[in-house]
Design a protein around this ligand. Structure first.
Ligand code: ADP
Ligand code: ASP
Ligand code: MG
Length: 401
């Protein structure tokens, strides 16, 4: 069997954890399996590298930022290989260039295009454990790229797909995917299974246990994932196309604090204005989520929407520069908001899920500022300070029955 095992930053945070991971990988290897290990940067390394960059230049060139961030993963894989060597087991560490893992050019947000498997196969054939840097790639200019925060999960899935691995295991600091972030909602339950579609919504809406693109890719290539703990042997959560267990009404609650609201005030109530606003943002690669348009009054209306907080400054600047073109009187923004979402395939056939969610928020006195829905999710925008109270109230409403 060929098994891809990915370990996140907290799982390799110090010497003891590195040896713990080495030991688990060696156990798999000694069963006669081929083992490919994907690692993230140790502990909070990536955060620290970003701080260092911003201290030198608050707006660092994206190419150089990727060059810097990629060093975090390179440190982990080299140390891991040294640990395995100390334990007497042959291994080799490889970075994205050595593999080669080809990506698109977008620094900080690159996507995999193609992974060469020859070098990996060659190393596996010589019975080495192959340890590969997560989160990074190489673009057509031969520059280092990164995949966006949390991207090592995507590296693992991409490798599992390219190598036709028999299993892809994501090891982290919790025992699996829960009905809510167990650090915010202590009575959250571990799920035995979850579908790709539900997991994709949860990941996109802020449950960072898996990088959303890793789920997208797993679905596309039919890679079944297991999310489990790097610290114990508890059974984890399986992510797959269809679950065997009867689908619950709600499979999870997610929170996203990386949200900001923009309001474009007093635009003309005529065709084409929404198009002009969102086209401007799309051309700058700025994603928009929840959108709300007010009823027209005296020929004008307001359009509000949310963007990722990291994009706020750029979005506001673009809109201000184009104020006349979009006929806006004023651009307002608020970066003290957060999104709380519920996700579940079961809500498609159950009216009243939205009202139950709103009732739970009303019961704890939380004001809803915006709402968005799809077939399998409902998202509300609230004040950031209310997030934890909202998560618990909504979770209890659906899970404590
Ligand atoms: P890693 O470094 O292993 O990639 P992450 O910090 O990226 O780990 O993801 C794991 C974290 O995701 C957990 O510690 C937990 O706080 C958070 N999390 C958020 N939502 C969920 C959820 N629904 N189930 C499990 N963990 C979640
Ligand atoms: N080290 C990167 C990050 O912190 C990638 C990852 O951990 O998946 O975002
Ligand atoms: Mg992660």
């Amino acid at each position: 069997m060929l098994i891809v095992k990915k370990f996140g930053g907290s799982s390799v945070a110090d010497k003891e954890r590195i040896f713990n991971v080495a030991k688990r990988c060696i156990e798999e290897y000694q069963k006669g399996n081929d083992v490919v290990v994907v690692l993230s940067a140790m502990g909070k390394t990536t955060d620290h590298l970003i701080e260092m960059a911003k201290d030198i230049n608050p707006n660092p060139p994206k190419r150089e930022l990727d060059m810097l961030l990629a060093t975090g993963e390179q440190t982990s894989v080299a140390l891991m290989s040294m640990a395995m060597s100390a334990m007497g087991v042959p291994s080799v560490s490889l970075n994205a260039f050595q593999v080669v893992m080809h990506t698109s050019s977008a620094y900080g947000n690159a996507r995999f295009k193609k992974i060469d498997t020859k070098r990996i196969r060659h190393e596996l054939e010589s019975r080495k454990i192959v340890i590969i840097t997560g989160f990074q790639g190489v673009n057509k200019y031969d520059d280092v790229t990164t995949l966006g925060r949390g991207g090592s999960d995507t590296t693992a899935v991409a490798l599992a797909a390219a190598l036709h691995a028999d299993a892809c295991e994501i090891y982290t600091d919790v025992e699996g995917v829960y009905t809510a972030d167990p650090r915010i909602v202590p009575n959250a339950r571990k799920l035995k299974e979850i579908t790709y579609d539900e997991m994709l919504e949860l990941a996109t809406l802020g449950a960072k246990v898996l990088h959303n693109r890793s789920v997208e890719m797993a679905k596309k290539y039919g890679v079944q994932l297991v999310v489990r703990s790097s610290l114990n042997n508890a059974e984890g959560t399986i992510v797959k196309e269809e679950t065997d267990v009867e689908s619950m009404l709600i499979s999870g609650v997610a929170v996203d604090k990386n949200a900001a609201r923009i309001a474009v005030i007093g635009v003309e109530d005529i065709p084409g204005i929404a198009f002009k606003i969102f086209d401007l943002l799309a051309k700058h690669n700025i994603n928009v989520d929840v959108i709300l348009q007010s009823i027209g009054r005296e020929g004008t209306k307001d359009i509000s929407f949310t963007v990722a907080r990291d994009d706020l400054q750029e979005a506001v600047t673009i809109l201000e520069e184009n104020k006349n073109r979009i006929t806006a009187k004023e651009i307002k923004f608020d970066d003290t908001v957060a999104k709380v979402s519920i996700v579940g395939a079961g809500m498609q056939s159950n009216p009243g899920v939205a009202s139950q969610m709103f009732e739970a928020l009303y019961n704890v006195g939380i004001n809803i500022r915006m709402i968005a829905t799809s077939e399998i999710r409902i998202t509300v925008l609230i004040n950031e300070e209310d997030v934890e109270k909202a998560m618990r109230a909504v979770h209890d409403k659906f899970m404590e029955e």
